[in-house]
Design a protein around this ligand. Structure first.
Ligand code: RFL
Ligand code: PHB
Length: 392
């Protein structure tokens, strides 16, 4: 097989890149290691920045998002049994965020691509990227029991945090910066209407809790749990009791309970791989960087990488100029480091340190009080949460 851009990974990054390249008249092929059902069912992100929504609209992939997406005008911070609303439009000059699950974005993009897009192969596992520094890089992959090759002009590694594209970077050509957090998130989906209109981020001495949602009938929750926690230790009753304790406020508010339909544990990690390009191989999304989910930035960063990358390929294709591709890694990384900082700060401000002392807790409360008391401090959080500009 031959193509112009070989895309490894059919997650949000790979699928959106394929859509944007196809619309610009650039040939591409997407290789996805999993089945369609698995790729469409993987529960993950839910919060979209305005720029992400705009990008999906511009790609003609937002018909269902525009109907089913829930526009949110802020978030709620809870601590010390108090509730504090942050009004995003007032703090950011009109910006909002939208709740629409990553599973639905992936379904929408897959349907569009299978209807009239470039080839998308499921159960096609990339094994290696070869000769990334030559003018003809090759992706070796396994499909229907056979080893095959995809000959490319460029390769885009959109294969997430456990992918193979990054292995083609020689150790000496870059550096990986990583930070592990000493806790994990237990995520659950429940068949119960949300008990709130906005996402609730709760800081509690027992640990962090987040109330999110998937639809007017389905809620999504996260609990800070010790690293290495086993799902077996968490009965439904224990999950609901823990959520109720961490969200408890003095005001009149109760948590609605219902059947839990999915649960998983995610470790918390920050990771940035520099640079994001080696010869004719470029990385986008989780393949290049991971953030802890507290800032809700992972999917949004994947989309902003892809917007910049598609723009760069389009300039090369239309005008023969590699200027944007040459600047791709540096431009992306500036935004990536800002999101990494924001996610780190949110995580540190809202989670109970396992070995934390009373001083740490006081510092967290002081940060939270500053945000709820100062319009400047709140505006800084709101600007980061709703999304910084695509290029500084
Ligand atoms: P993905 O989604 O991991 O997709 C990579 C795809 O590549 C495939 N693949 C391969 N294909 C072929 N050959 C190989 N060798 C391959 N190796 C892997 C995989 O099967 C997969 O289909 O990466 P992408 O596209 O970069 O997208 C990134 C996002 O998925 C991720 O950043 C977000 O889900 C992170 N995240 C959140 N981000 C947000 O912006 N807002 C949120 O509210 C949010 N909440 C979350 C999250 C991530 C979470 N978890 C589970 C990590 C909440 C959670 C709990
Ligand atoms: C989610 O809905 O899955 C979600 C929302 C906000 C976050 C993390 C996850 O910060």
């Amino acid at each position: 097989m031959r193509t112009t851009v070989g895309i490894i990974g059919g997650g949000p990054a790979g699928l959106l890149l394929a859509r944007l390249l196809h619309r610009a008249g650039i040939a591409c092929v997407v290789l996805e290691s999993r089945t369609r059902a698995y790729a469409e069912g993987r529960q993950r992100a839910g919060m979209l920045e305005q720029g992400t929504v705009d990008a999906l609209r511009a790609a003609g992939a937002a018909d269902r998002l525009d109907v089913e997406g829930m526009v949110h005008h802020g978030i709620e911070l809870r601590f010390d049994r108090e509730r504090h609303h942050l009004d995003f439009p007032a703090l950011t000059g009109g910006r909002t965020v939208t709740i629409y699950a990553q599973t639905e974005i992936v379904k929408d993009l897959i349907a569009l691509q299978l209807a009239d897009g470039p080839p998308l192969l499921f159960e096609a596992e990339a094994l290696a990227v070869e000769q990334p520094q030559s003018e003809a890089p090759v992706v070796r992959f396994r499909h229907e029991g056979r080893q095959r090759t995809l000959r490319c002009v460029w390769v885009a590694g959109c294969d997430g945090s456990h992918g193979v594209a990054r292995n083609a970077f020689p150790a000496a050509s870059g550096r990986t910066y990583a930070h592990d957090y000493p806790y994990s998130w237990l995520g659950v989906t429940a068949e119960v209407p949300p008990s709130c209109d906005e996402l609730i981020y709760a800081r509690h001495a027992r640990g962090f809790a987040l109330h999110s949602m998937r639809s007017p009938q389905v809620s999504r929750f996260y609990l800070q749990v010790p690293r290495g926690t086993s799902l077996r230790d968490w009965s439904d009753e224990r999950i609901w009791d823990e959520l109720a304790a961490r969200f408890a406020v003095d005001a009149d508010w109760t948590l609605r309970r219902g059947p839990i339909t999915a649960r998983s544990v995610t470790e918390m990690r920050s990771l940035v791989h520099e640079p994001m390009r080696h010869g004719r191989l470029v990385l986008a999304g989780d393949a290049a960087h991971i953030v802890p989910p507290t800032g809700a930035k992972g999917l949004n960063l994947a989309v902003s990488d892809v917007r910049l990358l598609a723009r760069a390929f389009t300039e090369l294709h239309a005008h023969g100029s590699a200027r944007l591709l040459d600047g791709y890694s540096d431009l992306c990384l500036r935004r990536v480091w800002q999101a990494t900082r924001f996610s780190y700060d949110m995580t540190r401000m809202l989670h109970a340190q396992p070995d934390g002392d009373a001083f740490d807790y006081r510092m967290q409360l002081a940060r939270l009080r500053r945000i709820t008391a100062s319009r400047h401090a709140a505006a800084e959080l709101a600007a980061n949460y709703t999304g910084l500009p695509l290029s500084p």
